[in-house]
Design a protein around this ligand. Structure first.
Ligand code: DQA
Length: 143
């Protein structure tokens, strides 16, 4: 079982950006966290981060026929991107939406999620553990 974990813009700035919201752990810490989790769960995972909408669309398209499922934190593109939503719909791969913060309790514009229309589930508000919940959910779904 091979998963693709996609992280959108500014997530590479974890540890520096708004630590009161996103925590003090860095993006490298998140990669280690995901790597350890996948190792323990016997999952093959590729992690991809980009600040560019088109690069994320390309990555989703490239997953077609190669990847079994996607975990995506589109970051700010969650609230704006029809292109990323359409890419997920185009490949038809089971996809789980994830957020570090609880987007439902923040500004109104963060309550809108385009990607959610194509996702089987959303996990948010639990920091790195949101990724754990998403990966375990997807693993179970794909069994
Ligand atoms: C985020 C929430 C988004 O609203 C924000 O733009 C991000 C990160 C999260 O993980 O909590 O960049 O997706």
């Amino acid at each position: 079982m091979k998963l693709l974990i996609i992280n959108g813009p500014n997530l590479n700035m974890l540890g520096i950006r708004e630590p009161d919201i996103y925590g003090k752990r860095t993006y490298a810490d998140l990669l280690t966290y995901i790597e350890n989790l996948c190792k323990n769960e016997n999952l093959e995972a590729e992690v991809f981060q980009s600040n560019h909408e088109g690069a994320i669309v390309d990555k989703i398209q490239d997953a077609y026929g190669i990847i079994n499922g996607i975990v995506i934190n589109p970051a700010a593109y969650t609230h704006t991107s029809v292109a990323i939503l359409d890419a997920v719909k185009a490949v038809g791969l089971p996809t789980v939406e994830v957020h570090l913060s609880d987007v439902s309790k923040r500004e109104d514009f963060r309550k809108i999620s385009y990607i959610r229309n194509a996702c089987i589930k959303t996990f948010s508000g639990k920091g790195f553990d949101s990724y754990k919940e998403a990966i375990l959910y997807l693993k179970d779904y794909l069994k």
